[in-house]
Design a protein around this ligand. Sequence first.
Ligand code: PMP
Length: 303
Amino acid sequence: ALPEAEFIWMDGSLVPWAEAKVHVLTHGLHYGTGVFEGTRAYATADGPALFRLDDHLDRLFRSARIVGMELPHTRDEIREATLDVVRANGLGSCYVRTLAYLGYGEMGIDVGRSPVRMSIAAWEWGSYLGGGADEGARLMTSSWRRNDPAVVPTAAKATGPYLNSVLAKAEARQAGFDEAVLLSPDGYVSECSGENIFVVRDGAVLTPPSSAGALEGITQDTVLRLAADLGFPARRENLLRSDLYAADEVFMCGTAAEVVPVRSVDRREVFSSNLVTGKIRSAFRSVVDGTDDAYRHWLTHVR
Ligand code: PMP
């Protein structure tokens, strides 16, 4: 289904959904000059609440700094606008897409005088990896390597580099898999097309470091903390393709996808048990829905 709601925040004001348009000579359309964020709001007993909004804002500003883009709004303005968009659309649980990009100005690689434009859209977005994800997703090791941090800054959540993810995802879908896992140019496990990846082995919960080209995921950070709370050693560590095959459990996580168990990698079953993944999933659920008191500070209520 097409995403839809009533209003989108564009460059400082709310405009009707259908009128949130750009010129075809928008720099970011031609050269992928943009940075973005995906944040989720969850329905809680006290109304909708954005999960780790401040961490998403931090990363947005970090991404902009890395690519050398000066955002035209203050952090407070963007924060307020995010709350406005959820409120104005009357949304309960939803996904929020924040984008900053070079607009219509000069053409050519030189960023020159192209203005930086911003938008914030929110809509209801259910299970990102589809209904079957609860039974475990089927992963394929992509023939595409993850972006090399020496070629493009993988620490920035920037639009252009997502072509790498798009190619990997398309290849996996065409081959009948649910999702792609990409290896770094050095052959270490990096991440999936839009999720971080975790391996559970002998009770330890492991995920690749950002040096393997993986985004520093906010859900990844959440999972590392919740796993530690549950008593599992949890850390970032370089993983090999063979670590996926030999794992007791594999799962993915991201804002859109949340925490999703993996059934198989390259048609090899890795679903011996779902014990640790299941515990982390339910811990995650009670954090985002506000029933876990210890992490209330991660929720920003929309009122
Ligand atoms: N890796 C990639 C490539 C992503 O697109 C995402 C989604 N933002 C993630 C990891 C997960 O990051 P987060 O948990 O912050 O959404």
